[in-house]
Design a binder for this molecule. Structure first.
Ligand code: EPU
Length: 280
């Protein structure tokens, strides 16, 4: 009976049946197989930084891979990294080793597995651009899926609810540690200046609707910054962020999402798609 509000950066969400922390990929795969055998609903839980969980209670088991003991392995310009690893930490380590290609992912506060699942990106970088393969627990087996077989797009991966991403291998290129560190510092500075980094949020709530269109700008132009329902507010810093106070309910966030959607639909004829994952 874990309250999900303690496990998500948005700080909302009711009780979930259980959170499991398998420490090897084999145990994780076996757990998935057992849960499916018993017809129990399960979901992978990364760092909870792109997740909106309903007020619940929720009848599902979350599987966190934070405690996987698999080490990070560097081999030439490739790195094999477990799903529960911190993305910002990985970006720093690559930079220190003179490996370039993921600097733009530095400000994303999530796990590597979560980044693969949503094809996380920022500053023109997307994790799919450097993926060589992804290890997945699928239908009772652990399989390694090469990039060519995986259909990634903007904030989209081909993985389904029945896949548990266990890790990935990334292809980087030789770089210069000083240059990479400077680039990373610039992206972090930009994020701190343009996004509400000190507030509870799940990052951008909606996807951008198309090339050259920014949801944040659209909501801002409609004058919606600061609008509040219960404990949830459209961030005055960046309009595509909903921020919450300590007492917000997920229902407040859902209501604000619906309000934004209908205003944008009426004013601009645009149907906004969710960027955050939702557990209901
Ligand atoms: N803008 C406004 N008002 C706002 C927010 C933005 O006018 O309240 C304008 C900005 O001035 C800029 C444009 O909208 O001209 C785009 O804004 P920004 O540079 O902040 O980028 P974004 O498109 O809103 C995307 C990603 C972010 C990522 C940044 C930086 C999406 C949905 N969002 O935001 O990702 O950090 O680029 O690369 O693709 C996330 O995934 O959770 C996320 C925050």
């Amino acid at each position: 009976h874990q309250p999900m509000r303690h496990l998500t950066s948005l700080r909302t969400g009711g009780e979930i049946a259980c959170v499991a922390f398998p420490d090897t990929p084999e145990k994780a795969a076996a757990l998935v197989a057992r849960l499916e055998e018993h017809g129990l609903r399960w979901s992978p839980l990364g760092y909870g930084t792109n997740l909106l969980v309903a007020d619940g209670p929720l009848d599902r088991v979350a599987i966190s891979l934070r405690q996987l003991k698999t080490p990070v392995r560097f081999e030439g310009c490739q790195v094999k990294v477990p799903a529960g690893y911190s993305l910002p930490r990985l970006v720093n380590q690559c930079a220190d080793r003179g490996l370039s290609g993921i600097e733009g992912l530095a400000p994303i506060p999530g796990s590597v597995g979560g980044a693969v699942k949503m094809n996380a990106g920022s500053h023109g970088y997307e994790i799919a651009d450097v993926i060589v393969s992804v290890d997945v627990a699928r239908e009772r087996r652990i399989v390694t899926l090469p990039r060519e077989t995986l259909d990634f797009a903007y904030r989209h991966s081909p993985f389904t609810e029945r896949d548990l991403i266990l890790g990935t291998t990334l292809q980087l290129r030789p770089g210069n540690p000083e240059a990479s560190r400077a680039e990373i510092a610039e992206y972090r500075r930009h994020r701190a200046a343009t996004q509400p980094v000190r507030d509870n949020s799940a990052g951008c709530i909606f996807k951008n609707p198309g090339p050259g269109l920014a949801t944040g700008r659209i909501i801002d132009e409609l004058g919606m910054k600061g609008e509040t329902i219960g404990g949830a507010t459209i961030s005055p810093v960046h309009a595509n962020f909903i921020v919450t106070n300590g007492s917000a309910r997920a229902a407040d966030v859902f209501a604000l999402i619906e309000r934004i959607r209908s205003r944008v639909r009426e004013a601009r004829g645009i149907e906004l798609d969710m960027e955050v994952e939702v557990w209901e």
